[in-house]
Design a protein around this ligand. Structure first.
Ligand code: HEM
Length: 408
């Protein structure tokens, strides 16, 4: 077992893991990084050559996500540190206070949204298929505009700003990728984009000040936590987090789900006649091909795990997508099983940072995938694999052209 490895053996493991992880991140492997993750899983927790750590085991990731000796601060290099941290990278007690303010506003607003989401999906499919009969780009025509419209409506971003905001969001998510995969120009451009976003959000907040509505932004502006009203910087940072999370994640869930359905015609045929399948099916997409491939943490104390000790002050990558295919947790992990039960995937994380938007994202994906299955007759992938976006962490197709014989 790995508990008794000699220093030389562990250095060799370390180097192998470093190489495998780098391979998995390479753009040419974007369509299928999973074989690299599978090999990484031989060691559920491993130190890398640069001194950072990688956790890929399902059990180990789950434990780390719930360990109070872990901080959500990912310790980015000093030049990239924001002035104020969002709740995503904040620890208790500030994390819990901010999260409470958001959930108070978010949860009641997403209840009863299913009918509206259905109407948006119907409208998007009708609009795009009528000007281009026979072909649809599932990303541009459905998977991207649906969550964008929903989150902008929820938050109170005017429709005419959606395009501007969308381009900011796309550019910003690239900044989430490991720093050593970004060029200096990209890092500089990122700072510029952050400034543009800050200005945009400040303008949006100022306009809300003079003309308050009953959207989530208005709710947040006037909400009171135990610490009193939310301060203006927290408000801006939280708004930015929600907008980006709402723009750049659900798109991949819908696109990865479409891809899985088109590669598994039996599941597609079943979904067409059994809409109840949508619930377990979306969970399986979140396991099999998760939109958020990894997350990060740092240690506040030495942590003994999987026969090794992660020292205090270490940076850890949590490879959620690998944990989702851990054979120690899931039977037949590399098979897409549309009605899989006992599916405790890590697609939305876990512990105190568990995704706030999970219910919303699930509803959007269930409705969009069911509509695609029902309305497209004989759908086929135009390219398999499709072209992928550059992003390694928020991973998904750049476009997903699908041909069909008729729109029902
Ligand atoms: C956190 C995934 C959609 C808002 C997270 C985390 C994951 C995740 C993995 C945990 C990150 C960590 O622990 O480091 C996803 C996926 C989505 C999705 C796969 C779509 C398929 C959304 C949407 C929103 C949202 C639509 C809101 C509009 C958030 C927020 C957090 C979060 C605010 C931080 C929670 C905290 O730190 O306490 N999400 N997300 N997400 N998500 Fe999502």
């Amino acid at each position: 077992t790995s508990t008794t490895t000699t220093p030389t053996a562990s250095t060799a493991h370390q180097h192998t893991a470093t190489v495998l992880f780098a391979q998995g991140l390479r753009y040419e492997h974007r369509a299928d990084p999973y074989p690299y993750y599978e090999q990484l899983l031989r060691q559920p927790v491993v130190r890398m050559d640069d001194g950072t750590w990688l956790a890929g085991g399902h059990r180990e990731i789950s434990l780390l996500l719930r360990d109070p000796r872990i901080s959500a601060d990912r310790l980015p290099p000093p030049q990239q540190r924001p002035i104020r941290k969002s709740l995503l990278v904040e620890d208790p007690p500030r994390h819990d206070q901010l999260r409470h303010l958001v959930t108070q506003q978010f949860v009641p607003r997403i209840m009863g949204m299913r009918d509206h989401i259905e109407a948006l999906v119907t409208g998007l499919l009708d609009a795009h298929t009528s000007d281009r009969p026979g072909q649809l780009d599932v990303v541009a025509d459905l998977a991207y505009p649906l969550p964008v419209t929903v989150i902008c409506e929820l938050l109170g971003v005017p429709r005419e700003d959606e395009a501007l905001f969308g381009s900011l969001a796309r550019r910003l998510t690239r900044g989430l990728d490991p720093i050593d995969t970004q060029t200096e120009d990209e890092i500089r451009e990122l700072q510029q984009t952050r400034n543009e976003l800050q200005q945009y959000l400040e303008g949006l907040i100022a306009r809300h000040d003079t003309a308050p509505g009953d959207d989530l932004l208005a709710g947040l502006m006037h909400s009171h936590g135990p610490e009193g009203p939310i301060d203006p910087i927290d408000l801006r940072v939280t708004l930015g987090l929600l907008l980006i999370a709402g723009h750049e994640t659900t798109v991949n869930l819908i696109a990865n789900g479409t891809l899985a359905l088109l590669r598994h015609p039996d599941a597609l045929a079943r979904l067409r006649t059994d809409p109840d399948l949508a619930t377990p099916l979306v969970e399986e997409v979140l396991r099999y091909d998760p939109p958020v491939q990894m997350s990060g943490r740092s240690t506040l104390a030495d942590i003994d795990l999987a026969g090794t000790t992660i020292p205090k002050g270490s940076r850890i990558r949590l490879l959620l997508a690998a944990g989702n295919r851990d054979p120690r947790r899931f039977a037949d992990p590399d098979r897409f099983v549309a009605d899989r039960t006992d599916n405790a995937h890590l697609g939305f994380g876990g512990g105190i940072h568990y995704c706030i938007g999970a219910t919303l994202a699930r509803a959007e994906a269930q409705i969009a995938l069911t509509a695609l299955a029902r309305r497209l007759e004989s759908p086929r992938l135009v390219a398999d694999p499709p072209p992928y976006r550059e992003n390694a962490i928020l991973r998904g197709p750049e476009s997903l052209p699908v041909s069909f014989t008729r729109l029902i």
